[in-house]
Design a protein. Structure first.
Length: 127
């Protein structure tokens, strides 16, 4: 069911400073979006590299890792299957317009956020 790590979301003080830092490390900028009030997605060159999504801290968020997203063929189907197996979700299937993908959310036993996301990345649906 799980194919790979899709992305890790980092909450930071300054998105632009982090984008420049990761570019110096060899990451490519995939996109800037209005998601979370402004975010960026970066990825190292090469096949099957996970994406780092960066957005600025808002509200009660704290600096650090927000969540790890795991790639699945179909997040809705994964939600249904895992629910039958007794896995509790904090949010059921939801289409994220800016990525064109459906995600579901759950927490690990220590409370860390985990997302399951559709494997197919589509062009942004709206900005």
């Amino acid at each position: 069911m799980i194919k790979s790590i899709d992305h890790m979301e980092l909450i930071v003080c300054d998105v632009d400073a982090h984008v420049e830092f990761f570019k110096k490390l060899g990451f490519n900028v995939l996109m800037h979006t209005s998601h979370h009030g402004g975010s960026a997605e970066l990825q190292l060159p090469g096949d099957n590299q996970p994406i780092i999504e960066i957005h600025e801290a808002t509200g009660e968020e704290v600096i650090g890792i927000n969540h790890i997203a795991l790639k699945v063929d179909d997040a809705g189907e994964a939600h249904d299957q895992l629910s039958k197996d007794g896995v509790a979700f904090t949010r059921g299937p939801k289409l994220i317009d800016v990525t064109g993908r459906t995600t579901v959310e759950l927490r690990d036993p220590d409370g860390w956020r985990i997302q399951l996301v559709d494997a197919e990345r589509k062009p942004p649906q709206a900005e």
